[in-house]
Design a protein around this ligand. Sequence first.
Ligand code: PLP
Length: 342
Amino acid sequence: MINLISDTVTKPSKGMLDAMYSAKVGDDVFKEDPTVIQLEERLADMFKQEAALFCPSGTMANQIAIKAHTKPLDEMLCDISSHVYQFEVGGYAFHSQIAVNPIHGQDGLLNAAHIKSNIKAEFDWLPRTSLVVLENSANRAGGNVYEAQDILEISEICKSLQLKLHLDGARIFNAMIATGMKADWIGSQFDSISVCLSKGLGCPIGSVLIGSKEFIKESRRIRKVMGGGMRQVGILAAAGLYALDHNIERLKVDHDHAKQLESCLVNHKMVSKVLPVKTNIVIFQLKENWKADDFVLNLKKAGINSSAFGNNSLRWVTHLDITKEMINQTCDVMDQMGNKLS
Ligand SMILES: Cc1ncc(COP(=O)(O)O)c(C=O)c1O
């Protein structure tokens, strides 16, 4: 099966498993796991922040950040398509008792004007805008990426108005490879960053939340109350360290594969629109007479797993278990499906 459902479907490689097998471990709730400490220090250092916290998932890392940055009755700004708004079960309300103002940004991204025009005035009857969350790359927007200038302007507004700025960087390494943006610069623009090890980087599990010492101290407590205090998880942190050493630069291959998929879709008879491919995500819309579920089924019969995105769109995600041959095969299958219509 060619599995294009997500970049979360990867299996740990032999090298990664070897690293996990030989990891030194300890009880991380007592801060005694040397491999977890090494991973946290490595990522804090990479993004030139003071500290970091290993978390089981991207959702938990984002939700901890939201809780640490806000008080009940506050409000967070984010793009309407963002993961923190759409796919974290309304955790901002459940964990943090805050409101959300989901903004219709530009192709999944926000700019300074969006932020300025959505900050609420100080009235007793309004929630207080206190947090902005950006997502880079933007999953539902087809892996779209921020320009440095937009991040800079948003960061300046947030600093001047004492708003906290969090980055959902589940796929930040994809965005960095696509744009050349550097980790230390990104770190200097945000109050906190969550990065996922279990997406393009190929780990079985794990996200890391990065920020100031004070923020991470508070985040550690919140992780505990969410049930995310972990014990001998050096075996998982070892996978993360291996991924940082071996799986960042190669993301370029996934991006090239996604570009190849884009080019076999753009003029396809069954496809009406492909979102411009910037990283490893390909979202395409089918012509009116095609339903996404039927299309997914047809592809499955031909050995390709993909996910329906709404009624008539599909998402393909490339990753390190997808080879050039699989991409060629996917394009061949699409050609054959198109030819049958002629
Ligand atoms: C942009 C983004 N943020 C956060 C997450 C959450 O990650 P997890 O599945 O590890 O909770 C995802 C998952 O797909 C995502 O795409």
